[in-house]
Ligand binder design. Structure first.
Ligand code: NAI
Length: 255
């Protein structure tokens, strides 16, 4: 499939996990992809993984998505280089969370800022470009934890609940500009972030029975399975879909 030939796509959190899988899939479907991350070595590794035939359509960009100056500069560079922006995938995120009583103010601020303010920051500078051209698509990465809570996840759950609601607000506000805004909510996906959390809880062998119980398909999802949902929402196949939350969670939230 080549649903994104000549489309310009920005992916945040592109150096790892879900963002990396989405970057490679968008490139496969002929998009021009701007891969944004603050992890320089991760971006370098991603650049090496990009097949030679796609490299002229690949632009790694080192930026912290919570820094509005850096985001504005990134968006300006993309527009200077490629003239337009068709898709923004707001995906960068972190998980360092605990109960309210065990969360420091610094942890709270960082969690909410990276997971939620980043969506505001990137959208703020990309939306005017999309308004100019009269079309555009934004996909945000929420989480099952934007829909159902888990104990000791205070700031993470709050940030992802915020992403789900901000998705709906942006969908309503920019519908008249022909801009669609949707959200994917992954369950447990096998990425470095999930592995860090699994390791904290005793490793995969210890956690697997619990993951099987919570996720009826009985396994971790893969980054590519989430990326495919992101590409669907970003494509014309989803032309009448906006303001929605697509669960990619192996049935986690069905029970
Ligand atoms: P990951 O840790 O593998 O990748 C996240 C990427 O975001 C990293 O490359 C990191 O450097 C980048 N990043 C973090 N803060 C940044 C910042 N301020 N500026 C620029 N880049 C930044 O994580 P994963 O699993 O791929 O997560 C992607 C998204 O999916 C996150 O929003 C996460 O909350 C969400 N998610 C992940 C789930 C999972 O099970 N892996 C489940 C539900 C949601």
């Amino acid at each position: 499939m080549e649903r994104f030939a000549n489309h310009v796509v920005i992916v945040t959190g592109a150096a790892s996990g879900i963002g990396k899988a989405a970057t490679l899939l968008f490139l496969e479907e002929r998009a021009r992809v701007v891969a944004v991350d603050l992890n320089k070595s991760g971006l370098d590794a991603l650049s090496e993984d990009v097949p030679t035939g796609h490299r002229d359509r690949f632009l790694p960009f080192l930026a912290d998505v919570i820094n509005l100056d850096q985001v504005e500069q990134m968006v300006r560079s993309v527009v200077d280089r490629w003239g337009t922006i068709n898709v923004l995938f707001n995906n960068a995120g972190i998980e360092d969370t605990d109960s309210v009583t065990d969360t420091t103010e610094e942890m709270w601020d960082r969690q909410i800022t990276v997971n939620l303010k980043s969506v505001f920051a990137c959208s703020k500078f990309v939306l005017p470009q999309m308004q100019k051209t009269g079309h555009g698509v934004i996909v945000n990465t929420g989480s099952i934890e934007g829909i159902v809570a888990e104990p000791r996840g205070a700031a993470y759950v709050a940030s992802k609940g915020g992403v789900v609601m901000l998705t709906k607000e942006m969908a309503l506000t920019y519908a008249s500009d022909n801009i669609r805004v949707n959200c994917v909510c992954p369950g447990w996906i096998d990425t470095p972030m999930a592995r860090r959390s699994i390791d904290k809880h005793g490793g995969l062998e210890v956690m697997m029975p619990e993951i099987r119980r919570l996720q009826p398909l009985g396994r971790l999802g893969t980054p590519v399975e989430v990326a495919k949902a992101v590409l669907f929402l970003s494509s014309d196949d989803a032309s009448f879909i906006t303001g929605t939350t697509l669960m990619v969670d192996g049935g986690y939230t069905a029970q």
